[in-house]
Design a protein around this ligand. Structure first.
Ligand code: C5P
Length: 297
C-alpha cells in the first residue's frame, strides 16, 4: 500500500520584510499564492526511512535526513511513538532552491502522506503546527490557495482570490540560499530604519477582484534587491520578460526564479517562449494560480 500527495509551488505576490528579530528570523507580511506547478510525494512502508527523487532536477535534491520530507516523517512518527519506516519518493517538478517553496512542498506532502499511511489521524491544527516547526513556508504548502503569512510567515490567514492569474517562471541555473538572501537584506538595510511589514490593501483588492493589471501594479518583494545583489544577472531575465510583454516581473521569494504576470494564458505562453529564446534563463514554465494545497491523490 502507498499514498501519494500532490503539493503546489508558491509565488510571493507581496513579501514585506521587517528588521531581523533577536532569534535571527524576520517578521513578514507575506502574501502567498499557490501556483499550478506540483511535486508528488509517495510514501510506502519500508524497513527504514529512505528518500528517492525523480525529475529533471533530481540530482540537486538532498536525499539525507536534512530533506524536509524526511524531517516531516520523523516528526510525525516521534509524536505518535512509532518508527518512521517509510520509503518517500519525490517526483519533483518544482524548481530546486528556486524561491518557490519546493522543499517546503515536500515537507507538507510527506506529512500529509504519512498521516494517511499510518492512520495517525492528525487534526488540521496538529498538521499546521508540525508544518510551522519544519519551516516558515511549510504551513502554506499544506493550505494552498492564497494566504497572508505573518510572524516569520507561518501564521496564516486566508486571502480571497476572485479569478485566475497566469504566470511565467524563469528558472535560473543553480539555486540561491534563503539564509544568504536574508543576510544580504540585513547588510543592505544596515543603518537604516526598516519599517514594520504591512500587507498592501491595493494588492489584496487586486487579488479579490481577480484584476491582473491591478495586481501587476501592486506586486512587491523586499528580497528582490538582495537577490539581485547576489545574482546581478537576474536583472537581464527581468528585463527580457518585461520586453516580451509581461504585465510585471519580480523575483520569486528569495530567488533565483523570476516570476512574470501575464494578461492571459496565451500571453503567458508568448512570454515563456521569448524568455527561453533570450538565453537569460535555463528554462521558462507557465502556470496558473490559485492552486489547491496538499491533496491526497
Ligand atoms: O523557516 P525556514 O527554515 O524556511 O527559514 C530559512 C532561513 O531563512 C532561516 O534560517 C532564516 O535565515 C531565513 N528566514 C528569515 N525570516 C523569515 C523566514 C526565513 O530570516 N521570516
Amino acid at each position: 500500500m502507498s499514498v501519494t500527495v500532490r503539493v503546489p509551488a508558491k509565488v510571493n505576490v507581496q513579501l514585506a520584510v521587517g528588521a531581523a528579530r533577536p532569534d535571527g528570523f524576520h517578521d513578514l507580511a507575506n502574501v502567498f499564492l499557490a501556483v499550478g506547478l506540483y511535486d508528488e510525494v509517495t510514501v510506502t512502508p519500508a524497513e527504514s526511512l529512505r528518500i528517492t527523487c525523480s525529475g529533471p532536477d533530481a540530482a540537486q535534491v538532498p536525499l539525507d535526513a536534512s530533506n524536509l520530507a524526511a524531517r516531516a516523517a520523523t516528526a510525525l512518527a516521534a509524536l505518535h511513538g512509532i518508527a518512521p519506516d517509510v520509503h518517500i519518493h519525490i517526483d519533483k517538478d518544482i524548481p530546486v532552491a528556486g524561491g518557490m517553496a519546493g522543499g517546503s512542498a515536500d515537507g507538507a506532502g510527506a506529512l500529509l502522506a504519512c498521516d494517511a499511511l499510518w492512520g495517525t489521524g492528525a487534526s488540521r491544527d496538529e498538521l499546521l503546527g508540525l508544518c510551522a516547526e519544519l519551516g516558515s513556508d511549510v504551513p502554506f504548502s499544506l493550505v494552498g490557495g492564497a494566504a497572508l503569512g505573518t510572524g516569520r510567515g507561518e501564521r496564516l490567514s486566508p486571502v480571497e482570490v476572485g479569478g485566475a492569474f497566469h504566470w511565467v517562471f524563469a528558472v535560473a541555473d543553480g539555486g540561491l540560499s534563503t539564509p544568504a538572501v536574508y543576510r544580504e537584506f540585513d547588510r543592505l538595510t544596515a543603518g537604516t530604519r526598516v519599517p514594520g511589514p504591512v500587507a498592501s490593501d491595493a494588492l489584496l483588492d487586486a487579488l479579490r477582484t481577480g484584476d491582473a493589471k491591478a495586481l501587476a501594479g501592486a506586486l512587491s518583494n523586499d528580497l528582490q534587491a538582495p537577490a539581485l545583489s547576489l545574482r546581478p544577472s537576474l536583472a537581464d531575465t527581468l528585463a527580457a520578460g518585461t520586453e516580451a510583454g509581461a504585465l510585471a516581473a519580480l523575483v520569486s521569494g528569495s530567488g533565483p526564479t523570476t516570476a512574470f504576470l501575464a494578461e492571459d494564458a496565451a500571453a503567458a505562453r508568448e512570454v515563456a517562449a521569448a524568455l527561453t529564446a533570450s538565453g537569460t534563463c535555463r528554462t521558462a514554465r507557465t502556470a496558473a494560480s490559485p492552486a489547491p494545497g496538499a491533496t491526497v491523490l
